[in-house]
Design a protein around this ligand. Sequence first.
Ligand SMILES: [Mg+2]
Length: 377
Amino acid sequence: MGHNRPMQIVRVTGWNIHLPYVEGVYRMSGDRVTTGMDAVVVRVTADDGTVGIGESGTVGVTFDSQHLPGQIAGISYLAPAILGMDPRSPQSVHRRMQATMTGHPYCKSPIDIAVWDLAARAAGQPLWQRLGADGPEPTPLYRPVQGTTPDEVRVKANERLAQGYRRLQVKVGDDPVVDARRVLAVRDAVGPDIVIFADANCGFSLSAARRFVGLLGPGGADVVLEQPCATLTDCAHLRSSWDGPMVMDENITSLAALIEAHRLGVADGVTVKLTRVGGITPAIVIREAAVELGIGVTVEDASGCNLADMTFAHVNASTPALRRVHTVDFDSWVTITHVTGPPARQGGSLVPDATLPGLGLELDMQFFGEPFVDVQR
Ligand SMILES: [Mg+2]
């Protein structure tokens, strides 16, 4: 048996990269339209030359209380604080970040992911194994169906099926009448066997949400309602009008929020976004609690590219199959592929590589210019 030699983080480097959408624009309720996503990629280097990489992105400045200028400032502030730490203890590095800066989880996420990648590489294990998965199991993908009219979403839904997706997300949260027509058009177009999530991204008032679910008719078109209103309280009030499945996304900011959502009966499922909660370390705490509570879990993020996809593949593989819901493949959304290695997407699922250590990917340096931070010990 070899001895446990010391290992230290000796360099932290961060870049930002803009990822334009393949389909031009992305729309959410409240006229929130973006033409691309901003991703931050962090590389953490150990004294023996082992590196780990992590990605975390934002969707403009209107999706969540996180944005690129904040990430650049926060990561630049946090990076020197983790120099000298042992990357094989990611929770320890995360505690150091918590002690260095209160809040701002979106700044901690890409660093935390990079440290987990490094820890798994140092152990010679794929990340899914380092996280305790049964194996490199697949996670099914969902894909948003964008479009403003029933006819547009009908066409788009069929395109998504042809692309291999079996789980669709229809954005709602504006006019409940128009939204209900669009959701019913998608249900009509794809038949009863395709999973449909109706995601309001917090957009409905309570009264609009009541109207929307009423217009779906008996059985609610068999959709899953995602984050209909902005607060857990309003989502809980909606329960008197909607007894179908409801999942929370934007409100799941912490373990405490998960427990409150469960107590209020609005969390048949939850979406844990790595950037929102602060990386893999807090995400797996929330995930394990959800699994124990019998809640379905999606681990994903707001933005990113194929490095983010591979992270979702590994973390979701470590969610027990019974509670693993679905996830997202951002590399299909954007025009750039900024890492090399095996693709995470296989058909309608993301699958982590069985044997490569860590996340199994390398940065394709042609896409990365001057780093916004590069500190060394
Ligand atoms: Mg959502």
